[in-house]
Design a protein around this ligand. Sequence first.
Ligand code: AHR
Length: 326
Amino acid sequence: MTMKHRLLALLLLCCALVAGCGRTDKAGAGASALVVGFSQLGSESGWRIGNTASMEQAAKDWGFGLMLENANQRQDKQIAAIRSFISYQVDVIVFSPIVQTGWDNVLNEAKKAGIPVILMDRMIDTGDDTLYTAYIGADFLAEGRRAGEFLKRKADATGAEHMNIVEITGTEDSTPMRDRQAGFMEAIAGDGRFEVIESVSGDFLRSKGEECMRDLLKRYGPEGIDVVYSHNDEMTLGALKVLDEAGLKPAEDVILISVDGQQEAIDALKAGRVNCIVECTPNLGDAVMALVDALSKGEAIPKRNHPEETVFTEFDDLSGLAPRGY
Ligand code: AHR
């Protein structure tokens, strides 16, 4: 961060703190001096943008100052942001790790500085659990299983004997990528009807989802792919574009299973262009701030915290579904 950026961040933080003073907030009087340093990993998806908005809104609701740094998909930027939070001596660090590995050094620095760390949305690989105080985010393994369970239900309904599956995965080495894949494989394991013919990385980006689908279609042909399991809605929407261009009927000629539940994808599901969307909620802000508040009061907090999530499928009546907000 340049000196200009530091000054700007400090100015914004002061404004947030001044705005928080003298108003009644969820945490009660006096708590508005709390400062949360939040390292967001990027803006790659509607989910991510919704998640950032949820954190910003929750910080306001709770009367906490929020120092937000967006790493634009770069781990080195996240590490630099965490270091800047340490030097500002924020009260709590919240961050959403882009990948699982490579965090021990910087988290040791936070630990030495006595700053608690909450992992939000994604997990890390570490041999030392004391490097973070809590994790709050989806149970990605359960999400993957839900995707697999849907496929089994669909195969039962259609009487399919064999299905060629292509998987478009999220960012390599990220928690949702690893666990959505593992959960899905676990759910379909031992069922001879299913064959995953290829897994390719679409990095959670719509443009890459499109690129992957184009390439897969070119190599396997329209007859060679029965199912697309895509790790997020952005990539699914990219794949949809390619299927449309190829003159295929999405959700009929090719089964589409997605994850997230952002409005545009839900609209596609309602229009019969997607078969299943496993929900992953980005609305974690309020629960994160509740943990921050508890920590500031010296209360013990659970190490793992999962929001409740569901699955939306072509078999459900979705007419009463509230607008998703992301
Ligand atoms: O970590 C959550 C995932 O990250 C969401 O499924 C995806 O859309 C986002 O980019």
